[in-house]
Design a protein around this ligand. Sequence first.
Ligand code: SF4
Ligand code: SF4
Ligand code: SF4
Length: 574
Amino acid sequence: MADMINLKINNIPVSVPAGSTILDAARIAHVEIPTLCYLKDVACVGSCRMCLVEATGARGLVAACVYPVSEGMEVQTNTEKCRKSRKTSLELMLSKHKKECLACDRAGNCELQRLSVEYNCDPNRFEQDTERHPLDLSAPYVVRDRDKCINCNRCVAACKKQSVGAIGPIGRGYAVHIGSAFEMSLMESVCVGCGQCIVACPVGALKERTTVDEVWAAIADPQKKVVFFTAPSVRATLGEAFDLPVGTNVEGKMVAAIRRLGNVEVFNMDITADLTIMEEATELINRIQTGGVMPMFTSCCPAWVKFVEQKHPEMIPHLSTCKSPQEMFGGLLKTYYCEKNGIDPKDLYVVSVIPCTAKKYECKRPEMNGEVDAAITTRELARMIKTAGICFKDLPDEAFDDPFATCSGGGTIFGATGGVMEAALRVAARMLDGNFELVDFTKVRGTSPIKEATYNVAGKTIRVAVASGLANAETVIKNIQSGKKHYDFVEIMACPGGCVNGGGQPTLPDSIRNSLDLKDLRAKALYKSDKKNKLRRSSESPVIETLYNEYFGAPGGERSHKVLHTHYKADPRV
Ligand code: SF4
Ligand code: SF4
Ligand code: SF4
């Protein structure tokens, strides 16, 4: 057991493991210390000066997020000196900040705004820096507003943690600001679009590039038939935007809310997660049986695909050729669905609701033929529901529209790290040795950064690995390339914890992010839904059976390849 340190925070005795910071100890003592640059598991640099406290044995005020506890220490967090110092830090930030609070995306959910109110700040106390810079609108998935940035560096830490490093501090002293090397735009940089910087940002300096106005225009257009489909993880997070507890599955209310946005149909993207599994499991078996390039990597995360294309083009042959479930749905709707319903694909407006900013970029890739017209994040959907004046919490539960309503639990767990792997193993076990029993592959579940397992299927040993977060993906690649590890199948999701923790998910204040394990709670909602589903395996969905019988023929067949598969390009920026 770790050595314990005894100290007092605001006269409250507390005992914490050696090596803890004052901030860790304060949390255990249920004392709130304000923070701006600190974010659990992401950033801890002690630069914003919000967490300054008085501690015995220290000279002057110290930053609680980095200052270690010591035996017998007495800490005061709420003295006049602490409050004055925090207020001054906030007022200095406000002197540079573009104060567009009335119409800012983060109004009401901005950590700077909340603290400024709590500390009764005068936003005009210091001379105002009114120099303004153009927005970075280069990428189809994010907008960067340098003039709202408070230089907290949380985005820089999030991007570094992704092993991408597209952004960092530029310049010195007062002129320091966050940007890409040589002042490149984000689209020219090595950014992969994961949006982890957006969910880390405490203010409105980073936000998704919204397409909500285009979606409203399509709904209002009598020439258009508008269909929405929602990704598996959105039902596990949308409720947070309506103050429901983290981990509440709001599938029924989400469907009801979208239906009330206008004359639209609402489909379940779990069906193309199921379709992905049929295609991917077939591809894996083919590679195993024909000596193809191994290990095979999943390809359903567009940020991961862009990471491989840009940073590891030599690994492109390892990527499955399957499109992501979003793009499979776009293809399915603009071919099969249009043909079956006599709709001209030009008149069908397809809206994908996703946890993800990278998918906004993905649907603009030329290989995807514009089959998804708009990709909106969970946050954008929440905004549309609020704009429409829909009382979300009071809605009844409604079911997805046919013909894509009946999906398997395997499709649902796609939203959590390990879910794609588990769903694929369920189908591979069934395809290879007719095993109807094996559905729970629990070793690939959970939020550990890298998970490994070995399974025996049809007398063959299948070695698998699952990683989430691109730094962990980098480790997996290095281990494969050095010969240290041998796998057959590898699942990678760019966002730590998978899509439940995607860059388009609701932005929660640090007080919640620092105290709850969001990715774990949200993933549990999906696994619960999987367990309740009578259909656990993608191949068991009657919709999948119909699609292959009526349209695609067999998984991996010619038509599947045309509609459901894609190809990759070394560095798609050039
Ligand atoms: S979107 Fe991802 S890769 Fe791009 S700057 Fe943000 S964290 Fe880095
Ligand atoms: S963009 Fe946001 S997260 Fe990044 S440094 Fe500025 S305020 Fe902090
Ligand atoms: S893990 Fe999911 S949310 Fe994150 S970038 Fe990949 S597909 Fe998007």
